[in-house]
Ligand binder design. Structure first.
Ligand SMILES: [Zn+2]
Length: 167
């Protein structure tokens, strides 16, 4: 068994970082923002949507379900690679932008949380990547020193015993 295999056998198996599921919250947020926007601009009421907004929301929900970023996705209106198609993305961004202004009045806490989430998602991803590589390094160093000690200690103790016997 090579030294590398020994290190690998000592190293604790890396747990994958637990992803936070942002999808349900984001869906709820988008649905509410659409409702607020449509009620204010398209003559609908009670959070119900006009056919046009319903169609766009259906597209958006479907795309979120298939988001390549998975459950720890960035919020859609802050995404670098929007997947709704050009027209739908522009409409979506308009609705989210003007809907959010109204949301601030009707759902202030949710709007602020959404804003924090849009900043936090990127930051959390960066931190996760940083932490996991640092953890791995320290674990490898610990394992190396463990092995080094394991090889050293029996030899030195046996030597000292021999010396004592000779005397
Ligand atoms: Zn509408």
């Amino acid at each position: 068994m090579g030294i590398l295999d020994k290190i690998k056998s000592i190293l604790p198996k890396r747990k994958p970082p637990e992803p936070v599921n942002n999808v349900p919250k984001e869906k709820e947020n988008i649905r509410k923002t659409f409702g607020v926007y449509c009620n204010g601009n398209h003559g609908t009421s009670d959070g119900k949507l006009c056919p046009k907004c319903t169609a766009l929301l259906t597209t958006v929900m479907l795309k979120i379900q298939r988001c390549p970023y998975g459950i720890s996705k960035p919020v859609c209106d802050n995404c670098e690679t929007p997947c709704f198609g050009e027209d739908a993305t522009n409409n979506f961004l308009d609705i989210m932008k003007s809907g959010r202004k109204k949301m601030l009045l009707s759902h202030p806490l949710m709007t602020i949380k959404h804003k924090i989430a849009s900043i936090g998602a990127d930051y959390a991803k960066m931190q996760r990547e940083k932490n996991s590589s640092e953890k791995q390094k320290t674990q490898e160093e610990k394992a190396k020193s463990k092995i080094a000690n394991a090889f050293k200690s029996p030899k030195t103790s046996s030597k000292s015993k021999k010396k004592k016997k000779k005397k």
